[in-house]
Write a protein that binds this ligand. Structure first.
Ligand code: URA
Length: 261
């Protein structure tokens, strides 16, 4: 981060949250077990079978191993992951999509049925609304935008991912953020907030607040808004999401002015 950018973040009074490796409490086994994929990046396990429990100490090793992967090894690792129950019912993993040098990162909750079938995030009805939200601030999927989810496998019946599942997938999202180094992260809904900020607070308590998360040596500004699927059911809140998007666009302009390409 350049000095001027750091100063801008300070002047904006951003509250910085640290992205840290949280121990992945097993969603697969006993309450005190930790789930994880302790395999070597070079030789991911075959994509078959159920989740594996690993010893708690291995969760840290797993996070450290994932933190060293490049984009293609990361995709392969996600495809082979058996760190939680979600692996049992997926058709395929949905790692993320877009420009791997994007300034914008949008984070959703987890794949639904259509995403599970196609292997790409936000391709269903909520995805169409997300595309419209992007267009409203002159963005397009894949052009300076990367889209990821808190969890990379479909929760059965499109339920909200559990805390242990978000934790098990956490190292993947953290690595995506570290590789991407986005200028700004937009969190769509509570699961994304939980995954990136570690907060289980209400969206309304976080919307409009100056927030940032720490990734490595950088503080990355964060904007919290409603999930598109929520907006489809709560049309009046679209106006609030529009406010959030306008705020995000203004913030990005300031950040780009501070760090010209
Ligand atoms: N909802 C999400 O949060 N992510 C998707 O990929 C699709 C729907």
């Amino acid at each position: 981060m350049s000095l001027s950018r750091e100063r801008i973040l300070q002047e904006m009074g951003l509250s910085v949250w640290t992205l840290r490796a949280r121990p992945a409490t097993s969603a697969a086994g006993s309450a005190d077990a930790t789930a994880g994929n302790a395999t070597d990046a070079a030789a991911p396990p075959a994509d078959a079978g159920g989740p594996r429990d690993i010893a708690p100490a291995d969760a840290g090793e797993r996070a450290a191993r994932i933190a060293a992967l490049d984009w293609s090894a990361l995709r392969a690792d996600i495809a082979a992951c058996r760190a939680c129950e979600l692996c049992g019912e997926r058709r395929q993993t949905v790692p993320g999509v877009g420009d791997e040098q994007a300034d914008w990162l949008f984070v959703g909750e987890g794949p639904g049925a259509e995403e599970d079938a196609r292997g790409e995030p936000f391709v269903g009805q909520a995805g169409r609304l997300l595309d419209a939200m992007l267009a409203a601030i002159d963005l397009r999927r894949g052009e300076d935008v990367y889209i990821a989810n808190a969890v990379k496998c479909r929760p059965p019946g499109n339920r909200t991912p559990e805390a242990a599942e978000i934790a098990a997938c956490g190292p993947y999202l953290q690595r995506q953020i570290a590789l991407l180094q986005p200028k700004l992260i937009v969190l769509l809904g509570r699961a994304a907030v939980h995954a990136v900020l570690g907060s289980e607070g209400s969206l309304s308590s976080l919307r409009g607040k100056p927030l940032a998360c720490r990734s490595g040596e950088r503080d990355i500004p964060v904007v919290v808004t409603y999930h598109p699927a929520y907006l489809l059911r709560n049309l009046p809140d679209k106006a609030k999401a529009w406010e959030d998007l306008c705020r995000a666009r203004a913030l990005m302009r300031t950040l780009k002015a501070a760090t010209p390409a």
